[in-house]
Design a protein around this ligand. Structure first.
Ligand SMILES: Cc1cc2nc3c(=O)[nH]c(=O)nc-3n(C[C@H](O)[C@H](O)[C@H](O)COP(=O)(O)OP(=O)(O)OC[C@H]3O[C@@H](n4cnc5c(N)ncnc54)[C@H](O)[C@@H]3O)c2cc1C
Length: 409
């Protein structure tokens, strides 16, 4: 009989194990992979962006922001920063984004595994949990490696995102068979798909833009950054940060579009400002075609495509364009509308939107309000963060709360 079994030795499960063992509990991790913390290794392009100085709540998304606020308290955040200090992680901080000084995610994975070992946690790998039952106040956990019993269970299996790292969505089934509800999990921090004939022509272009998500004709969010234009649609961190809202909207049958301002770096925000700016440019740089005047501002393939879509001859001088043509060109460059038809799959998603509702969780201990002695952490819950260290932050904090909660309850 074990005190606490943690199912899943990823980001949140490792931190849960450390805090539970430090509190004196006998802790076992059951992990289906050969090694612990596999997903950590691919975070932040292999560098692991594990924290961010900007901890504003706008970077976290959930259907219950009040409960989320009670989890992401100042004290809990301080505790996690302190944990990483005591694990010996020296941060390299760029614009508030934290990475280990080595720029290697393995530094974070190794430090957590070392602490798990030092705290005497029992680690059983290559053991996939298939189902859980609760009988007479005890959990019976059926695995590919036999049956395990425990008084308490911390469910840290992750979501459905990037299943090749181990999080294949089975955790949702484990939670729902123990009585929990599920807000449909959908891919987030993922590429957006479109279906228009010109996608092949812009494939491979990168551009610094501002990009807004338009839902049922209303602008609901804006991001600034580098967009990557692809043959299936669009990608880049600015797109990833809009994708959670877009995917949820599409699921609810809402119309989702993005509006791209390719001239954001020049502080040109609408067609009128574009026309003024071009008039000045045309006075300064004389005897040029429209294509010459736009040359050097944007990738030439993109200029050609936008002129083609605006039905404007690239060899025309600016002054020969009608006012209608100038407006059309200005709107294509500052407010390029793309209809979004879907997202790439869970295979490419960095996280999930949706999950176990926070209303079924005690935010002080991450204990289930449905099944006694069950605790749930990390991405399995209905919380997703922006790019920037927010998903790991949520995993660390919920792991810490569950580890302490399961030991002291
Ligand atoms: C490509 C990529 C880059 C990312 N970069 C960042 C970043 O830089 N910063 C950031 O904050 N976030 C990043 N994330 C997100 C972050 O990695 C996750 O939010 C975080 O790892 C979630 O932690 P977790 O403990 O909930 O789940 P996971 O870390 O996924 O751990 C779940 C564990 O449970 C195990 N498991 C699952 N089912 C079972 C089962 N039935 N039996 C036994 N074991 C099981 C899995 O094998 C896995 O080890 C990135 C994600 C991806 C995919």
């Amino acid at each position: 009989m074990r005190d606490i079994i943690i199912i899943g030795g990823g980001a949140s499960g490792l931190v849960a194990a450390i805090y539970a063992a430090k509190s004196g509990s006998k802790v076992t991790i059951l992990e289906k992979n050969k090694t612990l913390g596999k997903k950590i290794l691919i975070t932040g392009n292999g560098k692991c962006n594990y924290w961010n100085d900007d901890q504003s709540l706008v970077h976290y998304h959930s259907n219950n922001s009040e409960i989320l606020k009670s989890i992401l308290t100042k004290e809990n955040k301080e505790e996690i920063l302190n944990l990483f200090n005591t694990l010996g992680i020296i941060p390299k901080i760029r614009d508030g984004y934290y990475y280990p000084y080595s720029s290697q995610a393995t530094s974070i994975q190794t430090a957590l595994i070392k602490e798990v070992e030092l705290q005497g946690v029992e680690v059983i790998t290559e053991t996939e949990v298939l189902n859980i039952k609760k009988d007479n106040d005890l959990f019976q956990i059926n695995t590919t490696n036999g049956i395990f019993n425990s008084k308490k269970v911390i469910l840290s299996t992750g979501s459905h995102a990037y299943p090749k790292t181990g999080s294949d969505g089975l955790g949702y089934k484990l939670a729902t068979t123990l009585g929990h509800n599920l807000i449909e999990p959908l891919p987030a921090l993922v590429q957006l798909k479109a279906n228009t004939p010109y996608l092949k022509e812009w494939h491979g272009i990168r551009s610094d833009v501002s990009v807004s998500l338009i839902e049922n004709n209303q602008k609901i969010a804006t991001q600034i950054g580098e967009i990557q234009l692809n043959n299936y649609g669009v990608s880049g961190i600015c797109i990833f940060c809009l994708s959670g809202q877009a995917t949820r909207g599409l699921y609810l049958n809402k119309q989702e579009q993005i509006a791209i301002n390719f001239l954001h770096p020049f502080n040109i925000n609408n067609k009128e400002e574009f026309i003024n700016w071009m008039d000045q440019r045309n006075n300064l740089v004389k005897n040029r075609t429209i294509s010459d005047l736009l040359d050097g501002l944007l990738n030439y393939k993109l200029i050609n495509l936008i002129l083609k879509l605006s039905k404007i001859n690239r060899d025309n001088p600016w002054n020969n364009l009608s006012i209608k043509e100038k407006y059309l060109l200005g709107s294509k460059l500052t407010n390029f509308i793309l209809d979004i038809t879907g997202t790439n799959s869970f295979d490419q998603a960095q996280t999930c939107t949706g999950g176990i509702p926070l209303t079924e969780i005690n935010p002080n201990t991450m204990s289930s309000t449905i099944t006694k002695d069950l605790y749930i952490t990390g991405e399995l819950l209905d919380v997703d963060g922006d790019c920037g260290g927010y998903n790991l932050t949520f995993a660390w904090i919920t792991g810490m709360l569950a580890g302490l909660g399961a030991s002291h309850d």
